[in-house]
Write a protein that binds this ligand. Structure first.
Ligand code: 26W
Length: 805
C-alpha cells in the first residue's frame, strides 16, 4: 500500500522491460542483440536499484531531519548473500519482472543466479548481522551497519580428490548494489608516538603524532525493509593510500614499483576477510583492520552527531553502538580518545558517555576464540590507545579494590591486562567494562557466560548488566513475513487433509530440486523419497561433523551385515554435508576428507543402493542454503553441550518444515520449549556434566563406545582409503582425551538416529510433527529479536515516514 505514495517506479511488465532495456543499452552499454544472462541480470538489478534509491534517499533525509536516536551495528562480518531477489521481495513487482524477462527470453531463476553472493562473513555471526539489518529496516528503526568492504569475501571451496581447496572470491567484478562515496573519507592513523604537553593555562594535553595515514573510503549499500519505505544504509569502508602518501617523487624519478608499493600496502587492509571462525590468531593485519574500521566508523558517527550542535552529554541519547562480538572493541578506547584528546572533555565525563553508548554481544565461550592482543603489538600500532586502555584498567581496578578489599586475587583475574609473557589485552573484558549491557545469544549461553568467563564481573557490576537476547532468523518466503507469530494460525490446519498434502508436496518439490542440484554437482543420483539428513555449517570439532560421519559409517556397516531380505525393511537415507574448514584447520580438513572418502565407498557399493547415500556439497554459502534448507527432513545440530552459543540454522530448518536431531545446547533448548519435546530428537550429555566427563577421560582409563570402536576398526583397516590420513582424527578421541565427547555421546546418537528411521516411516505422524514445528516457531523471528534489542539495550523507537515527506 505504501507504494501508492512512491512517485516513481514501474508497476507492469512492460514498464519493467523498458527500464531494464534502457539500463542494458545505456548504463551497461550493451546491445540488445547480444544480451546474455549477465547483461539481463545487470538490467534487472539496475531497474530495481532505481526504485530502492528513491526510498533510500528519503529515509536518510527523514532520519537526518527527525534527529532521533540511531543505532549503529558494528560488525566485521555481514553475510548478505544475493541482493536482487531480496530487493524484489521487499520492493514488490517480482512478477512484473519475471514476465518482462520471459518476454526477453530469460528465466528469472537463471538471472537471479548470475549474482555473486556478498559473502563478507564466516558463519553464524555474519549471517545474524545480515538478518538484523533486514529486520531493523523492516521495523523502521533508524539504523546503520558499519563494516569493511573486503575485496575478497570468504574463499570459495572446491573439493578436489576429496580435499578442500580454497579459491579466491572475486565478488566485486560487477556489483550494482554498492555506491562508492569518494567524497566521504576518513584519515586513519597508525603507529607514531604520544606527546604530552601543557598549554598556557596549565591544562594537560595528549596527542598522537607521526606514524602513517591510510584513507578510509565509504561504500554504501542500501538495506531495504519488507513492505516499508524505510531503506537503511550499510556503510562499508575500503582502504586506500592517503593522498599525501602516494609518492609522486618516486613515481617521477622512475621508481614505479616503490611508489606503487605504498599504495598496495594501504589497500591490503581491506583486501580480505579472515576466514577463521571461532579461532583467534593474533595477526597484526587483523588488528589493523579492526582499528581502521572502528576509527572510520566512529569519526563518521561523531561527525554526524556534531552537526546537531548538541552538547556531548547528549551523545548516548542520540547514539547507540552495538559491538558484534569483541571484534570492534577498539571503538571504546577510540571514542574515549576523541572525547578526551580531541574534544577536550574531562576523563570521567568522557568515560560516562562512552560506557552509556556501547552494548556488547558475546557469541562464543570457546577459549581459543576469545580475542587477546599482545601489548607490544598494540604499543607499536596504537600507542595512544594502549595508554587509554591502561587508564581504563587502572580506574576499573581501583573501583574493584574499593568494593572488594578482601579479594586481592580478583584483581589479577579481572584485569584487562593478562600478566603473561608477552602481556595481553583481553578484549572481552574491555568490551564488557566499556558497555552498559552485555548479552549472550541464547538462554543457556547467557547463563554460561555469567558463571564462567564473566563470573567475577557479575559480582562487580551486579546481574543487571547482563542480559539474554535469543538469536533469531529471517524467513525466506512470501507469507508470514510481516509477523512470524501468525505462523501459529497454521496449528489449526494440522488435521486438514488438503493442507497436509500440500505441505508434504512442497517439501517433496524442494527435495526434488536439491536432488537435481546433487546430480549436477556430485554426479550422484539420490532418491527424493529418502530421508534427507542435512548438516551444513562451518566444519569445527565442537560442531561434531565427525560424530555424524562416524554414525554414517556405523549405518553402512549395519546395512552390510544384513541379508538382502532384511535390508528391504530399512529406511533409505541421504546424508548431506556442507561447510568450509578454515584454511589452516587441519582437523576440520581431515573431517571433510573422511566424509568424501566414505561417500566414494558407500555411493558405489551395489549392496547399498538407495539405502544410503553420502553427499558433500561443495562451497556451502547463503545462496546454496536457500536450496538446501527447505529440502531437509532432519538437520543435525549436535555440538558438545555448552559449546554452541546459539546456532541460527537450527531455526531456519524448523521454519522450513524440517525436524532436528540435536544436543541440549544453544537455542535447541528454547526451540524444544516452543515446539514441544515430542517434535524434536534430542540426545547426549548435558552441559552441566561435560566438565566431569572430561576429567574422567583424563584421570581414568576409558573405553571407546563399542559401536564406535567397530567404526574405528574399519577405518583402520583401510576401508575408506589410507588410514594414516585419518589417524590424527581418531587419536584425538582414543588417545587425547576426546575433548568433544564423541565417544560419550555416540550410543545415544546412534540410538536416536534409529528412532528417526522409525518415525519417518510413519508419514502421517511425521507430517504432524513438521507442521506443529513450523506453527510454533514464531518466537524465532529476527523481528522479535530486534525489538528486544531496541527495548532492552538500545532504547530507540521506530521512525515511520509520513506520507507526504
Ligand atoms: C577472532 C576469530 C573469531 C571469528 C569469529 C572468533 C569468533 C567468531 C564468531 C564469534 C564465531 C561465530 O560466528 N559465532 C556464532 O555466532 C552465532 C550468532 O550468534 C551463534 O549462533 C553461533 O552459535 C556462534 O558459534
Amino acid at each position: 500500500a505504501w507504494r501508492k505514495f512512491t512517485p516513481k517506479g514501474f508497476t507492469t511488465s512492460e514498464d519493467f522491460e523498458k527500464e531494464a532495456v534502457r539500463h542494458i543499452e545505456t548504463t551497461l552499454a550493451r546491445s540488445l542483440y547480444n544480451c546474455d544472462e549477465v547483461a539481463a541480470y545487470g538490467g534487472t538489478a539496475l531497474a530495481f536499484r532505481d526504485r530502492l534509491i528513491l526510498d533510500w534517499n528519503k529515509t536518510q533525509q527523514t532520519q537526518t531531519f527527525t534527529d532521533q536516536k540511531r543505532v549503529y551495528y558494528l560488525s566485521l562480518e555481514f553475510l548478505m548473500g544475493r541482493a536482487l531477489d531480496n530487493a524484489m521481495l521487499n520492493v514488490g513487482q517480482k512478477d512484473s519482472a519475471t514476465k518482462g524477462l520471459d518476454d526477453l527470453g530469460f528465466r528469472m531463476e537463471d538471472i537471479i543466479s548470475q549474482e555473486h553472493d556478498a559473502a563478507l562473513g564466516n558463519g553464524g555471526l555474519g549471517r545474524l548481522a545480515a538478518c538484523f539489518l533486514d529486520s531493523m529496516a523492516s521495523l523502521n528503526y533508524p539504523a546503520w551497519g558499519y563494516g569493511l568492504r573486503y575485496r575478497y569475501g570468504i574463499f570459495k571451496q572446491e573439493i578436489i580428490d576429496g580435499y578442500q581447496v580454497e579459491v579466491p572470491d572475486y565478488w566485486l567484478d560487477f556489483n550494482p548494489w554498492e555506491f562508492a562515496r569518494h567524497d566521504i573519507t576518513v584519515d586513519v592513523q597508525f603507529y607514531g608516538h604520544v606527546n604530552r604537553w601543557q598549554d598556557d593555562e596549565g591544562k594537560q594535553h595528549t596527542s598522537w603524532e607521526g606514524g602513517e595515514t591510510v584513507l578510509a573510503v565509504a561504500f554504501d549499500v542500501p538495506v531495504p525493509g519488507y513492505e516499508t519505505p524505510t531503506c537503511n544504509n550499510l556503510r562499508l569502508w575500503g582502504s586506500k593510500a592517503a593522498s599525501g602518501e602516494f609518492d609522486f617523487q618516486k613515481f617521477n624519478s622512475g621508481e614505479y614499483e616503490a611508489s606503487v608499493a605504498d599504495q598496495q600496502r594501504a589497500e591490503t587492509i581491506s583486501a580480505v576477510l579472515y576466514p577463521n571462525d571461532n579461532l583467534e590468531r593474533g595477526k597484526e593485519l587483523r588488528l589493523k583492520q579492526q582499528y581502521f574500521w572502528c576509527a572510520a566508523s566512529l569519526y563518521d558517527i561523531v561527525r554526524r552527531f556534531k552537526k546537531t550542535k548538541r552538547s556531548w552529554k547528549e551523545f548516548p541519547n542520540q547514539v547507540a553502538i552495538q559491538l558484534n562480538d569483541t571484534h570492534p572493541t577498539l571503538a571504546i578506547p577510540e571514542l574515549q580518545r576523541i572525547l578526551v584528546d580531541l574534544e577536550g572533555l574531562e576523563w570521567d565525563d568522557a568515560w560516562n558517555i562512552v560506557s552509556k553508548t556501547f552494548g556488547y554481544t558475546n557469541h562464543t565461550v570457546l577459549p581459543e576464540a576469545l580475542e587477546k592482543w599482545s601489548v607490544p603489538l598494540m604499543q607499536h600500532l596504537l600507542p595512544r590507545h594502549l595508554q587509554i586502555i591502561y587508564d581504563i584498567n587502572l580506574n576499573f581496578l581501583q573501583y574493584v579494590e574499593r568494593n572488594f578489599p578482601k579479594d586481592r586475587e580478583m584483581l589479577g583475574r579481572v584485569s584487562i591486562i593478562e600478566e603473561s609473557n608477552p602481556k595481553m589485552v583481553r578484549m572481552a573484558y574491555l568490551a564488557l567494562i566499556g558497555s552498559h549491557k552485555v548479552n549472550g545469544v541464547a538462554e543457556l549461553h547467557s547463563d554460561l557466560i555469567k558463571t564462567t568467563i564473566f563470573k567475577d564481573f557479575v559480582k562487580i557490576y551486579g546481574p543487571d548488566k547482563f542480559t539474554n537476547v535469543t538469536n533469531a532468523s529471517k524467513l525466506g518466503g512470501h507469507d508470514f513475513l510481516k509477523d512470524l507469530t501468525l505462523l501459529s494460525k497454521l496449528e489449526a490446519f494440522v488435521d486438514d487433509k488438503e493442507f497436509r498434502k500440500e505441505f508434504r508436496e512442497i517439501k517433496y518439490a524442494n527435495k526434488v530440486r536439491l536432488a537435481k542440484h546433487i546430480k549436477e554437482h556430485n554426479g550422484v543420483t539420490v532418491n527424493p523419497a529418502a530421508l534427507f539428513d542435512v548438516q551444513v555449517k562451518r566444519i569445527h570439532e565442537y560442531k561434531r561433523q565427525q560424530l555424524n560421519i562416524f554414525g554414517v559409517i556405523h549405518r553402512y556397516l549395519q546395512i552390510k551385515s544384513l541379508s538382502a531380505e532384511d535390508r528391504k525393511k530399512l529406511a533409505p537415507r541421504v546424508s548431506i554435508f556442507g561447510g568450509k574448514a578454515a584454511p589452516g584447520y587441519w582437523m576440520a580438513k581431515t573431517v571433510i576428507h573422511l566424509i568424501n572418502k566414505v561417500g566414494d565407498v558407500v555411493n558405489n557399493d551395489p549392496d547399498v543402493g538407495d539405502l544410503l547415500k553420502v553427499i558433500f556439497l561443495e562451497d556451502y554459502n547463503v545462496s546454496k542454503a536457500e536450496i538446501i534448507t527447505p529440502a531437509s527432513d532432519i538437520s543435525e545440530h549436535i555440538s558438545t553441550a555448552g559449546t554452541e552459543a546459539s546456532g541460527t540454522s537450527n531455526m531456519k530448518f524448523c521454519l522450513n518444515g524440517g525436524l532436528i536431531i540435536g544436543t541440549c545446547d544453544g537455542a535447541n533448548i528454547e526451540i524444544t520449549r516452543e515446539i514441544g519435546e515430542e517434535n524434536i530428537f534430542l540426545f547426549g550429555n548435558l552441559a552441566e556434566d561435560v566438565e566431569d566427563l572430561r576429567h574422567g577421560h583424563l584421570y581414568n582409563h576409558y573405553e571407546l563406545e563399542p559401536k564406535l570402536a567397530k567404526v574405528f576398526d574399519e577405518i583402520h583397516k583401510g576401508r575408506f582409503g589410507d588410514a594414516g590420513a585419518f589417524s590424527a582424527l581418531l587419536n584425538g578421541i582414543v588417545e587425547h582425551g576426546d575433548y568433544y565427547l564423541v565417544s560419550d555421546d555416540f550410543a545415544s546418537y546412534a540410538q536416536t538416529q534409529e528412532l528417526i528411521d522409525e518415525a519417518y516411516k510413519d508419514t502421517e505422524a511425521w507430517t504432524t510433527k513438521a507442521i506443529l514445528t513450523v506453527a510454533r516457531m514464531g518466537f524465532f523471528s529476527s523481528d522479535r529479536c530486534i525489538d528486544e534489542y531496541a527495548e532492552s539495550i538500545w532504547n530507540i523507537e521506530p521512525l515511520v515516514q509520513k506520507k507526504d515527506d
